[in-house]
Design a protein around this ligand. Structure first.
Ligand code: SAH
Length: 353
């Protein structure tokens, strides 16, 4: 083992708070013995903090219209090639009902930043879905505080807003017309309003360094997030970054594993982007720190058009197929499907310390 890596891993094993330098050393774990030791440590912490349950969050991608122009994303407003769609409120509610019937304890409503869905329209959708007895996560981007407040009053439990990168300069380059400070402000509002907040970042963005990724994890710790979405960059041909190389699956596993050590109580999904990049990506992530999967419950006809990146997996499967496939995946790993909404793990942490 490399000495700096061994020292940092020992600090993690002793439950000490990891410093920036530790995090950089762990993220740089060499393939083979070092990376394997990191993955074992992460799996051990996952078992203690999150248990053997894998929570399934059914995601409905209800609109691919977007007013933003993020350089990596296929939904960007400038992508004229994309066929755009919007689900009507009753169709979103029907998809959520199907998710609830499949036993998913959480429904995630995700879209591009689409002002068609005014605060009252989405509040109505949330109220109806809450009657199904599921937790509701919103992932619809930056909005005024009053709108977040209104959706919280309507019953929304959680909000996912990835900070995308903690490197402000890189953020500015990739998000024309947007501000890193404003995104952070949104995250602070969401916390103040009592949402369980998820954030996260993309791994392998052009120009991103291990130190940047360490800063991502430190920011997630500072924000005290309940969940972190950590997925690899996948180039989309109809975006300005279309010619850039994809992020690495190996680096993504290491980021997920180190995240489990830095924010041990957080829910960490084995992301669809990772499953797209590597055939066994989600399974491996589940054994290296992750404890959540987000199956797609968007009506099948719309799925190919929610193209944040190309070749997304499971696009042609029906909702029941996904449920069975994932149950098999979870069982084959010796784990079990989560029951109930799978809320925050923080109370659990308070109980174990
Ligand atoms: N408009 C919403 C949802 C965005 S799509 C919002 O702003 O939160 C969900 C996530 O997809 C984004 O947060 C981003 O991290 C990820 N994403 C977009 N394009 C990607 C790409 N090409 N590769 C990997 N992840 C991407």
């Amino acid at each position: 083992m490399r000495p700096e890596f061994a020292t940092s891993l020992a600090r993690a094993a002793a439950g000490r708070e990891l410093e920036r330098e530790d995090i950089i050393a762990l993220l740089g774990a060499a393939p083979g013995a070092d990376a394997d030791a990191l993955f074992r440590q992460a799996d051990d912490v996952r078992a203690r903090m999150a248990g053997e349950e894998v929570h399934l969050r059914g995601i409905i991608e209800f609109s691919n219209y977007c007013r933003r122009r993020c350089y990596y994303c296929g939904l960007r407003a400038d992508n004229a090639k994309l066929h755009r769609y919007r689900l009507m409120p009753e169709d979103i509610i029907a998809a959520a009902r199907q998710g609830a019937e499949l036993g998913y304890g959480t429904v995630v409503l995700q879209s591009g930043e689409d002002p068609w869905y005014t605060a009252p329209i989405l509040a109505g959708v949330i109220r109806e879905i809450k009657k199904l007895g599921v937790a509701v996560t919103l992932c619809v981007g930056e909005r005024p505080r009053e709108e977040y407040a209104r959706w919280r009053e309507a019953g929304a439990d959680r909000y996912l807003l990835k900070h995308e990168t903690a490197n402000e300069e890189l953020y500015a380059r990739l998000h024309p017309g947007m501000s890193w400070q404003e995104r952070l402000q949104c995250l602070i509002w969401l916390k103040e309003l009592g949402y369980q907040v998820g954030s996260g970042n993309i791994i392998g963005l052009p120009g991103q360094t291990l130190a940047d990724l360490a800063d991502d994890l430190l920011l997630l710790r500072q924000l005290d997030v309940e969940m972190a979405g950590l997925g690899p960059f996948i180039p989309h041909p109809d975006t300005p970054l279309g010619g850039e190389p994809a992020g690495s699956a190996e680096l993504t596993y290491r980021v997920v594993a180190v995240a489990r050590l830095v924010i041990p109580y957080a829910h960490l999904p084995a992301t669809t982007a990772l499953g797209t990049l590597a055939a066994n990506g989600r399974q491996l992530a589940l054994t290296r720190g992750a404890n959540v999967i987000m199956p797609n419950i968007t009506p099948t006809e719309y799925r190919p058009d929610y193209q944040i990146y190309p070749n997304k997996i499971c696009v042609n499967e029906g909702p029941e197929d996904c449920r069975h496939c994932l149950e098999g995946m979870v069982r084959s790993l010796g784990r079990r499907l989560g029951r109930g909404p799978g809320h925050t793990l923080k109370q659990f942490m308070a109980a174990t310390i």
